[in-house]
Write a protein of this length. Structure first.
Length: 301
């Protein structure tokens, strides 16, 4: 285990913080709180925080190229969100399966929004419910809103989306199976082939969201495992980093040199005693690294 020093970036404590993305132009960080039904924005130049409420559970976010806004994965479908007005415009409904909801989402280097679904683990009031089947799938949403299903309906909790620096490999995980897959990726068409296992059955936590660095290594947050692991392209773990929260959920690289690792976390599944014992649970954390991360891509729609 490697000892990195993590600091809480804000006073916010999310129920399920997720999907941190860095905006290089404004030196800002965006992320969501799924159960809290909130989108957060932190301007790191001023430390000013702005938050927006959503009617549905927001599960992932990516900024847009052409407008002052974002594409947001909500439980019930993808929507366009305007930061100035707060307007939410339905955009795409990739998974019509009753009982499913959207979960992880991220843009590829070509500006297409990828999103995974899962059997919902949330009641309408945000309380947890048991997942009764593996019915999630992976989808690609093109800039015009058309959605393409890329896998069978087979995943328990869709998580982790990242593309290698050479844009030839795509990484995708299933938390319930405790596995991260690698696929051959066609950058021109957005197609996938040759699925294989990158890492499975790692003993500490389950795979949640990930970031990727310039060396092509995947930095994977381990929900329930209090750590982030760095996985090489050949599936070796070359770093295990202790994180001062139980449920790190995702991460991204930011700051002017893209060497600051931002980590979201969740209070979900924790007891009141655990929350009182560790006031960092649910915090947005940051630490300095010696690696440079790839940028977060924008949606072209």
């Amino acid at each position: 285990m490697m000892g990195f020093v993590f600091d809480a970036v804000t006073d916010i404590r999310d129920q399920v913080g997720e999907s941190p993305i860095w905006d290089t132009e404004t030196r800002s960080l965006y992320w969501v709180d799924i159960i809290g039904k909130s989108i957060h924005h932190l301007d790191t130049r001023t430390s000013k925080i702005r938050s927006w409420d959503t009617d549905d559970f927001p599960t992932a976010i990516a900024l847009r190229h052409t407008a002052s806004g974002a594409v947001v994965a909500l439980a019930g479908g993808a929507a366009l969100f305007d930061f100035e007005s707060g307007a939410v415009t339905s955009f795409s409904s990739p998974d019509p399966t009753e009982g499913n909801r959207l979960n992880e989402g991220r843009c590829d280097p070509s500006g297409r929004f990828w999103v995974g679904s899962m059997r919902t683990n949330l009641n309408p009031d945000g309380s947890g419910r048991e997942i009764d089947q593996h019915s999630g799938a992976l989808f690609r949403i093109d800039p015009n809103g058309s959605a393409t299903r890329l896998t069978e309906f087979e995943f328990g909790i869709s998580n982790t989306m990242a593309w290698s620096p050479d844009e030839r490999t795509f990484y995708f995980g299933d938390s319930l199976r405790n596995v991260i897959f690698a696929f051959d990726y066609d950058a021109d068409t957005g197609g996938l082939s040759n699925r294989r296992v990158l890492l499975e059955n790692y003993a500490h936590g389950v795979p949640d969201g990930s970031a990727i660095d310039d060396d092509g290594c995947l930095w994977n947050a381990r929900f329930g495992g209090s750590r982030i692991i760095r996985i090489t392209p050949d599936g070796r773990i070359d770093r295990e980093i202790a994180v001062p929260v139980t449920n790190p959920t995702s991460c991204t690289f930011g700051a002017s040199d893209r060497k600051t690792l931002y980590v979201t976390s969740a209070q979900f599944t924790l007891t009141e005693t655990q929350l009182q014992t560790n006031p960092l649970e649910g915090a947005l954390l940051a630490t300095q690294t010696d690696c440079t991360g790839l940028p977060d891509y924008r949606f072209a729609g």
